[in-house]
Structures are given as structure tokens and as C-alpha cells.
Design a protein around this ligand. Sequence first.
Ligand code: ATP
Ligand code: MG
Length: 327
Amino acid sequence: MSHEVAVVPGDGIGREVVPAAVDVLKTLDVSLSFVHSEAGDKTKSQRGKALPDETREAVADADVTLFGAAGETAADVILPLRSVVNSYVNVRPVRAYPGVDAVAPKTDLVFVRENTEGVYSGIESEVADGVRTLTRVVTETASKAVASFGFEYANHNGYEQVTVAHKANVMRETDGLFLDAVERVGANRNASYNTELMDALAMELVMHPEEYGVIICPNLAGDVLSDLGAGLVGGLGLLPSANIGEENALFEPVHGTAPDIAGTGVANPAATILSAALLLEYLGHDEESTRVRQAVEAVLADGPHTPDLGGTASTESVRDAVIARLT
Ligand code: ATP
Ligand code: MG
């Protein structure tokens, strides 16, 4: 079966790293078709809208989307696109790679984050002069969905350790519901896991990151802890991410448009190629996904390296080195 990939490079280095990742996908023995769409700052200046309806429709219709980054218009592009795919879970693998400096070289974590509710509900109000409140929304449905995804991901990818982050001792109702839901899903699946208070977990992740595998988190905790994880492996530069919905999914590097180097041809395409590997895994092409990941790992270990990793290589030569490992 052929799958349709919507390709939305966006702005800045998105226009350099996304084509490199598409070139990698095209060398594989998988049946994919590509639909190219525009979004971002340039689109806004040319067409008056950062996210044209055609792009929204292309993403809604496609099986998966590969997105780069958007500049000033990021909030008008990526937030609506994530809601087009209705992404209830955000997945961020955080790995240290041989050849790349990392604080914690044994780190191999996957953050599975609830992506729609919690304190990011958007329900805020001014209740009196100088007093504002926020409504923290937690539903059983979303909590169960993120738990199911997390346990399944751990099982499918051979992670033995599953940790559930929460703060149910203080947020008794909301995180109480989250934890109950996760526990019910875990019991149903006969899954083994630990629960940990999110503040204690932050400390443990710094001290013993190698003891963790998949970490299932409410929205805010996942946001903060996954950036902490990024710090353990040398920053945001190499990290891929997935936004998983009911019917489709969107994959993007964690980094932004990098305006300081955009247009110079030296952006590191690794995070986007690793995002393409997650895309393959989502589509069920596990073997090809692993091959792509291993090819990137080999290039990170042996070079060539772009300037962010201390080398002098171009985006295209890193792309070519990855492709050479695949063919
Ligand atoms: P945005 O507002 O789009 O997020 P930013 O200024 O925050 O842009 P980021 O893209 O988040 O920039 O990048 C932060 C720093 O990391 C920049 O110095 C950038 O050059 C560098 N960087 C980010 N991604 C890459 C990459 N793929 N290759 C090389 N350097 C990168
Ligand atoms: Mg940024």
C-alpha cells in the first residue's frame, strides 16, 4: 500500500533539511508519494496567510506530514497543523550518539507526552483586578490514549523501563484521574511500570538517565522534562519528534528555523532525517526506519559533520553520507 506524505518545509533551515530528508526517503524501498505545500513567513508575505487552506487540506488528507520549521509565524502554522492531525500524543526520543558530546552519553529515553490538555488548556481568565486563574483540564479519554500509546511504544521498541510522571499528591483530582487512567490501561495490558513524582523524576533524570526508558507524562511535565532530556544529550539540535493523531501524524525536528545559519547550506539534517525515521515507523516500515536511524548514527559517529558538531560539512554532504550508508 502506498502512503501519501505531505511535505511542508516552512522557513529558514526547514527549506534545507526537509528536502534532504525527503531525498533519503526516496532512496528506500517503500511506496511513498509526496505532496509539497507551503507555510510560514514567506507564504504570509506572498499570499497574506501563513497557513493557506491548501496546506491545511494537504496535511489533513495525507497519511503523514514531514514539517520543517516556521519563523515569526510559528504559532499560526504549527499549532493549527498539530490540531489538523488532532495529535493527542507527542513523542520525543532523546538519545545520546557516539561521536556527539553529551553530558550523559548512555541516555536513551523516549518522552510520550499528552499533547492537548493539562495546564495548556488555554482556559485562563482575569477573575478580579490583579488575580488570574487557569483551568487545568484532564480527561480520562486523553489520559488512557497517551498511556496506551506509551505502553505500546515501549513494547514495540523493546524498552523495559516505563515510568509515569505525575503530581497526584498535590493535584489530587486532575493528576489523580491521569494516574488512575494510566493504571487501568497498564493493568489491562499486564504492563510493568513505575510511577514517579515529576519533581523527583527531574532530579533522577539528571543523576541516573540511563535507568529510564519510556516516560509517560502529562502535558506540562512532558514539555519541561523532555527539554531537560535534550540537555543531557547535547541540546535540541539532533532531536526528532512526532505528533500522533487518531488517523494521521506529523513529524518535525525539535529545532527551529535557525535564522543565523539559514541559507548557508550547513544546517545539520540529522534531526529531520531522524524524524523521517519516526515517520517510517509510524507507517509500519520498521525495518527501513531502523536502517535510516542506524545510517544517521553511523554518520554522527564517523562524519562528515556540519559546523554545529564541529565539522565543516554541508547539509548535502551529510545527506549523501546517510544515503551512501543505505544503498
Ligand atoms: P526559531 O525562532 O525558529 O526557533 P531560533 O533562533 O530559536 O529560531 P533554533 O532553530 O531554535 O533558532 O536554533 C537555536 C540555535 O541552534 C541556533 O544558533 C541555530 O543555528 C542552532 N541550530 C538549530 N538547529 C540546527 C541545525 N539543524 N543545524 C545546525 N544548527 C542548528
Ligand atoms: Mg527556537
